[in-house]
Design a binder for this molecule. Structure first.
Ligand code: HEC
Ligand code: HEC
Length: 332
């Protein structure tokens, strides 16, 4: 399916864009449909417009930054290599850009969960001074000044006025199509015993057992969608979920990220403070640092070096190599 798409989806307006429809995307086992916004269901022209806008630098205040500047397909739609991402005028935010994979299935957005819908989150990213610093008039100008975008807008929305809200809806449809469900891990769960080698299978047993990663990183998206502190620091400069709830018990807690494509999205944690997967495993193996709100599930694991190697190998089995090459999701 993906192979077909890789050949036929390269031209944004060709009728073969049909092979980029939601039913052609690979979903994780047990999930049969991609949820779309109640305000904007899937339509082919809106998807094509959203894809163009996702890659469009002129939507930002100084025409320098697009969504793809910080959410790069080759790195699982994260900003690999950058500890915190640079937005307009090289303004840095304080967090490491997370992957966008399987966002459609999330109950809340941002690492502190401050946004309840994906489209709301996207509107925030567009307006934020640390990210794109856009306004209604900037996005309107960007669309009107480009004959290609004007045409795509007409095909998607007819005579409807060009607004930042409409742009967010279209980018939302594109973002919801970034789904991953075909990894060696998924193939193994589906019954293909040879999809994981011996080392990866031992890693899976540790993930589900002795290292109990599955307690928070379980289910089809490898995340419980809840907020925990992993004892990353003894003092949290970024207070995380506390900003939303104002409850002391939430200081230093963050939404559990998905582990899909985790091998591609270094550095790790909300502040990018752990450079490699190995350093993340060592952090958990030590049981994190002393911190008042640390989850009771973060305890010393006593993994041997051999076991840490196995666990690390299994984390690589979450890489979806078809997704990062899927032309439906590439720059048009
Ligand atoms: C300057 C870099 C930058 C740009 C540009 C940017 N983002 Fe982000 N994005 C981030 C960072 C950093 C976070 C995490 C912020 C947080 O949790 O507070 C994030 C979070 C997100 C999330 C939430 C993911 C989750 O798991 O909760 C989504 C969805 C998202 N961005 C989509 C977009 C879209 C769509 C665009 C374009 C309109 C965009 N971003 C532009 C850096 C960026
Ligand atoms: C108590 C719940 C919990 C457990 C158990 C847990 N994690 Fe996490 N994990 C989280 C949370 C929450 C974060 C985000 C923390 C932050 O950003 O400060 C995270 C972050 C990560 C990250 C970085 C993700 C990214 O995108 O930066 C990796 C990798 C990871 N965990 C792997 C593991 C492994 C491997 C195990 C088992 C050894 C494990 N986790 C056990 C909750 C948990």
């Amino acid at each position: 399916m993906i192979g077909l798409c890789a050949i036929s989806c390269s031209e944004s307006t060709s009728p073969s864009m049909d092979s980029c429809s939601p039913s052609m995307m690979n979903l994780p086992g047990g999930i049969s449909v991609i949820p779309f916004s109640a305000h904007q269901s899937y339509s082919q022209p809106v998807f094509v417009l959203g894809r163009a806008l996702f890659y469009e630098g002129n939507l930002s205040g100084d025409a320098s930054v697009s969504c793809a500047s910080c959410h790069k397909q080759a790195f699982g739609f994260s900003d690999a290599g950058n500890i915190v991402s640079k937005g307009v005028a090289s303004e840095s935010g304080m967090r490491n850009a997370p992957t966008l994979i399987n966002s459609a299935f999330q109950a809340s957005f941002f690492m502190d969960g401050r946004s309840a819908t994906l489209e709301r989150q996207i509107e925030d990213a567009l307006r934020s001074p640390n990210e794109m610093y856009a306004t209604d008039s900037i996005v309107k100008k960007a669309v009107i000044n480009s004959s290609r975008l004007s045409q795509l807008w007409k095909q998607a929305f007819g005579e409807q006025e060009i607004t930042l809200g409409g742009v967010s809806m279209a980018i939302g449809v594109f973002t919801r199509m970034i789904v991953s469900g075909s990894t060696p891990h998924d193939a193994f769960l589906a019954g293909n015993q040879s999809a994981l080698n011996q080392r990866e299978q031992r890693g899976k047993l540790l993930f589900d057992g002795k290292a109990h990663c599955v307690k928070c990183h379980g289910g089809p998206h490898l995340s419980d969608g809840l907020f925990h502190s992993t004892g990353l620091h003894t003092h949290y400069y970024d207070k995380g979920r506390y900003y939303v709830t104002k409850s002391d018990a939430d200081i230093g807690t963050f939404k559990t990220p998905t582990l899909r494509n985790i091998a591609l999205t270094h550095p790790y944690m909300h502040d990018g403070s752990l450079p490699t997967l190995r350093s993340v495993i060592e952090h958990y193996n030590a049981g994190g640092k002393q911190f008042i709100n640390k989850s009771s599930d973060i305890i010393p694991l006593n993994l041997t070096k051999e076991e840490m190697d196995d666990l690390e190998a299994y984390l690589h089995a979450f890489t979806d190599s078809s997704l990062i090459r899927n032309a439906c999701l590439s720059k048009p």
